[in-house]
Design a protein around this ligand. Structure first.
Ligand code: ADP
Length: 261
């Protein structure tokens, strides 16, 4: 199947994401792959794979937008748009009642306030400290000896979460190691870790206010332990399907708009 299409690419610190939309803004393809070194080559190979999956070629791409941490060095897109704008666009498309967006990625976290028409009216960002990001979970999952993809499920089994008081990832890891050495149950330590990241993220989100509907996106939104820990402090949280590609979806929607559709 060939035809005009629009491409959104999100080059993150750990993964690259891409979304292809048709002229009616329907989803043709989406994908995620590890960023490798810098993300540039990974982004190109992901796009090539997604287009080939739908029997499309680069000539079918009417307009492309790149976002994410690696966007500045990526020279193969028509335009770059900030992650804040793309997250807002992608979330509002999927959840028109969204007023607060929380995005937890591999090395940063963001909170965005939207108005009723989906415009960004405020945002806060943490890209200076690993606590409150996927990196924190990666370090703690390694200390607990479980994959990061299942550490959230482990946390959900806890009856008596331990308390992790350090706000710094390095000190929090020492706390985790001493809880393990003292014989605390693995799931209780995992739950403590998830409460700690939730406290950090809610502190950030508090800077823009937690007006409902609150929508969580980014790779960490796939972690059910994080969702549960955030809900303890913030009430109902919505996670769209495939939350990791929502920024790339926003970029593709910008591409469709800029490309004249
Ligand atoms: P970035 O955009 O910075 O590259 P992502 O939004 O892709 O980051 O998020 C990466 C993070 O998502 C990882 O650090 C990990 O904590 C989390 N993650 C990725 N895949 C899964 C999964 N299957 N289950 C739970 N968490 C995941």
């Amino acid at each position: 199947m060939a035809g005009p299409c629009f491409l959104g690419i999100d080059i993150g610190s750990l993964t690259v994401k891409a979304v292809v939309l048709d002229a009616g803004r329907n989803l043709l393809a989406r994908g995620v792959q590890p960023a490798g070194y810098g993300g540039q080559e990974a982004a190109l190979s992901l796009v090539e794979r997604l287009l080939a999956e739908r029997h499309l070629s680069a000539d079918d791409v009417v307009y492309s937008v790149v976002t994410g941490y690696g966007r500045v060095r990526f020279t193969d897109a028509d335009e770059e748009v900030s992650e804040i704008s793309c997250d807002a666009r992608g979330v509002f498309h999927l959840c028109p009642r969204a007023r607060t967006v929380i995005d937890i990625g591999g090395q940063d976290s963001k909170a965005i306030r939207l108005d009723a028409s989906g415009r960004v009216v405020d945002f806060a960002m943490n890209d200076k400290c690993a606590a409150g990001t996927g990196r924190f979970l990666e370090v703690m999952a390694a200390a607990l000896g479980v994959p990061v993809a299942t550490v959230g499920d482990l946390a959900l089994q806890s009856q008596h979460p331990v308390e992790i008081s350090s706000t710094c990832t390095v000190f929090a890891e020492s706390e985790v190691v001493s809880h393990i050495a003292r014989g605390a149950a693995r799931q209780d330590v995992a739950a403590g870790v998830h409460r700690a990241i939730a406290a950090r993220v809610l502190g950030l989100a508090g800077r823009v206010g937690l007006e409902p509907q609150v929508v969580l996106v980014g790779g960490v939104a796939q972690n059910k332990g994080v969702v549960a820990a955030l809900q303890r402090g913030a009430g109902e949280i919505t996670v769209p399907e495939d939350p990791q590609v929502v920024g790339a979806l926003g970029a593709a929607l910008y591409a469709a708009q800029k490309g004249g559709r």
